[in-house]
Design a binder for this molecule. Structure first.
Ligand code: C2E
Ligand code: CA
Ligand code: CA
Length: 734
């Protein structure tokens, strides 16, 4: 109980006054002025506590103001009766005081509903409270009116007024109890309020019974119950006043209405055998009517929950767009309406989204998806359906009588232009591109439309972005791709993957110091396939790690054999971006080196700068570990990517740099290429890095590179990649 100093004092005063009242009046019966002071003092304190709470504390202010107003009426009624008694007068029954007392109930009832805060309480809760109240009143009526009082409970208006009190109390108590069972925080945290109202029930019952038997005297134990109830209500106002309780959504609970429904049914059944008072039967009947209404409300709620679940199951939670299922259903509906209307499906895949996710984190990735979806919504017409299929894949469905492929293509162009504008995320400008596959068809089902758009999208991706419209013969190509994937999945860990080795010539000594292992695939039907055919397939299907492991195993085994024959050469293996993202990659290499007894320094791992774009932390750790094991790290295709210099600074562990063959190819004819080659050699030497020139195809280039101080060279002029068995003469290369 959290009561501030002043409310605590007033509460204390109310308790003392209640005890005093009980003592002076019950024990001595006199004097009247003393009772008047103590009794009205309690009324005043309790009302004051509630009103002060409404004025001073913000949370549930309206609720307490209403209850306070009710208490004001209540106190006024009491003060009035005492004033009349003081003057020795007699009150009729019912009197104006009853009007004042009864006014407490509607005000307090609205106040209790006010605990729901700004949100109007659900119909369900109002009904539950009413059912509990009416049902309680019916039970009260059967006990008091039918059993205890028989026919002495009065007639007409007097009976109605008499029964209104316990009825009002039951309604308040029922509503409070329902709030508690429904998890309403304000009511749950206020047992004093419930106890206060419960005392009112007792007091009013006592009043009805005693006054019907002519035994009621003002100031008896019944009045003590009233005062105790009032004191509790006053204290309840300051119970937990410092916190504004959050309103939790009420959980559907049928226990209260069901138990009262059973009670009311029992009463009505009894009424067919035994004569019960009209009041009891009416109350039980009304309770049942409300229960029926309550069941109806429950069914409606269930239905709307079902509808919500239905629509949630069709929405993408991140962007709020339609999900895959909803898009499929939409296309099915379009086809069901008219199968002859053209439908266009635009499949959108953001390019390099994974890199954004890896470099800037998932929250940034999510934000990008939300911003992208907002832009897409801007360019889509209200007749189109925009959806997100998951990850960075979106879909747009268009349909109209006159829809042409051109129209779909134009929209694709607008979408791309819109997405190419930079996104600002956490203060960083991020630019992304999109690949769009378009299927424009008449009468095709959702599955084929998606399949065709997917093939077109793949072709767009391969073309480096933009949009592509699906053509019939694309099918053939996609079948081949599927076959290739299946075959690669089967072969990737086997000896069907074979290695060719290309020599690296040391320009100072003129000897071959090492070989680069280059993978080929001996395909059962299509013969020897080059890496550019199957590496993208491996990458897209998650086969890259398996491939690298296979290549590493073969390369390390072969090199160990050379070492055993006394040839101290090194071998270089190309890593993929996937490998550098696995923390266990260095350990795998260590195990292989151990297994074949090859020193770590005989192995070079070639990486490209693009591999370092994603997941910086892991990549850096993996590279550091490789270097500390003694494995050399080489930067492949140097010069072909952007921000090369900043990577060179970051890659402080790199031992070698391979200058891309595009610079070597025209260095003799293009002065700019020559300048780049020469200055890169200087730069690398200043950083303590060895330079390898790639793609050396003639003697003149080789000669010039040697003059410029390049360390090593690789290329067709020195030797083409060849199987290990064909390499023997290479070892003797001058
Ligand atoms: P890369 O690492 O730059 O390998 C050098 C490529 O240039 C090889 O092509 C090689 O045959 C070719 N080449 C060598 N000398 C010359 C020359 O004088 N002129 C010309 N025009 N080309 C020359 P290849 O074997 O087709 O490999 C292509 C790419 O495939 C490689 O480029 C590498 O990025 C990747 N690759 C090859 N094997 C593997 C592997 O085992 N794992 C991974 N992850 N990638 C690999
Ligand atoms: Ca390479
Ligand atoms: Ca290269």
């Amino acid at each position: 109980m959290r009561i501030g100093a002043a409310p605590r004092v007033i509460s204390g005063a109310a308790i003392v006054l209640t005890v005093l009242f009980a003592g002076t009046h019950m024990l001595t019966g006199e004097p009247l002025w003393m009772s008047a002071v103590t009794l009205n003092g309690v009324y005043l304190s309790a009302t004051g506590l509630v009103v002060a709470r409404a004025i001073l504390v913000r949370s549930h202010r309206v609720a307490w103001a209403l209850i306070g107003a009710g208490l004001c009426c209540y106190s006024a009624g009491t003060a009035y009766t005492w004033a009349v008694q003081w003057r020795g007068g007699q009150l009729p029954y019912p009197s104006p005081a009853d009007l004042a007392w009864l006014s407490f109930y509607p005000l307090a009832y609205c106040g209790i509903l006010g605990f729901f805060g700004r949100r109007w309480p659900s119909r369900r809760l109002v009904l539950d409270g009413a059912i509990a109240g009416l049902g309680g009143a019916a039970l009260f009526s059967v006990v008091v009116v039918d059993v205890l009082l028989g026919s002495s409970s009065g007639q007409g208006l007097a009976q109605v007024v008499t029964l209104s009190y316990p009825l009002g109390d039951s309604l308040l108590l029922g509503t409070l109890v329902c709030q508690v069972t429904a998890g309403q925080a304000a009511a749950r945290r206020n047992p004093a309020l419930i106890a206060g109202i419960a005392l009112f029930v007792l007091a009013d019952t006592g009043y009805v019974v005693l006054s019907a038997q002519g035994l009621y005297t003002s100031g008896g134990p019944v009045n003590v119950l009233y005062l105790a109830g009032l004191t509790l209500i006053g204290m309840a106002a300051w119970n937990g006043a410092g916190t504004s309780a959050p309103v939790r959504a009420a959980a559907p609970r049928m226990a209260v209405p069901i138990s009262f429904a059973v009670g009311a049914l029992v009463l009505l059944t009894v009424a067919t055998r035994v004569r019960l008072s009209a009041v009891t039967v009416a109350l039980a009947g009304m309770t049942l009517v409300l229960v029926v209404a309550r069941v109806f409300v429950a069914l409606r709620e269930l239905e709307s929950v079902g509808r919500e679940r239905h629509s949630e199951a069709r929405r993408d939670p991140l962007t709020g767009l339609a999900n895959r299922r909803a898009v499929h259903e939409y296309i099915d509906q379009l086809l069901a309406r008219t199968a002859r209307r053209p439908i266009a499906v635009l499949l959108l895949d953001l390019d390099k989204f994974k890199e954004v996710n890896d470099s800037y984190g998932h929250p940034a990735g999510d934000q990008l998806l939300q911003l992208a979806s907002a832009r897409l919504q801007q360019v889509t017409r209200h007749t189109d359906l925009l959806g997100r299929l998951g990850g960075d894949e979106f879909v747009l469905v268009m349909s109209s009588e006159t829809l042409t492929p051109d129209e779909a293509t134009r929209l694709a162009g607008r979408i791309r232009a819109e997405l190419l504008k930079p996104f600002l995320i956490d203060g960083v400008q991020i630019t992304i591109d999109v690949s769009i596959g378009i299927a424009h068809e008449v009468g095709e089902d959702a599955d084929s439309l998606f399949q065709h758009a997917d093939i077109a999208m793949y072709n767009a991706k391969r073309a480096g972005g933009g949009h592509v419209v699906y053509q019939r013969n694309d099918d053939q190509e996609s079948r081949l791709r599927l076959e290739l994937t299946t075959a690669l999945r089967r072969d990737v860990t086997t000896a069907a993957m074979i290695l060719h080795y290309q020599p690296k010539l040391d320009l100072r000594t003129g000897t071959v110091r090492g070989f680069e292992a280059l993978v080929r695939w001996q395909h059962a039907e299509r013969g020897l396939l080059m890496p550019d055919v199957f590496l993208p397939v491996a990458e897209q299907n998650g086969l890259m790690s398996a491939l690298t492991h296979n290549v590493l195993t073969q390369a390390i085994r072969e090199c160990a054999r050379w070492h055993a024959e006394g040839r101290r050469v090194s071998v270089a293996v190309n890593a993929s971006a996937t490998d550098l993202r696995f923390e266990c990659f260095p350990q795998q290499i260590l195990d292989l080196l151990d297994e074949h007894g090859l020193p770590a320094k005989a192995l070079t791992i070639e990486i490209t700068e693009t591999m370092m774009l994603s997941d910086w932390a892991t990549t850096d750790r993996v590279l550091d570990r490789l270097t500390s094991m003694g494995v050399r790290v080489s930067i492949d295709d140097y010069g072909t990517h952007h921000s090369t210099l900043s990577y060179l600074r970051r890659l402080h562990t790199a031992a070698e740099l391979k200058l891309d063959r595009s610079f070597i190819a025209d260095m003799l004819t293009a002065p700019r290429s020559a300048a780049i080659v020469r200055s890169t050699i200087d730069l690398a030497h200043n950083l303590g890095i060895t330079v390898v020139a790639e793609g050396v195809e003639d003697a003149q280039t080789l000669h010039t590179l040697r003059e410029w101080g390049c360390d090593q060279a690789q290329g067709y002029h020195i030797g083409r990649p060849a199987p290990a068995a064909a390499l023997r003469p290479q070892f003797a290369q001058p």
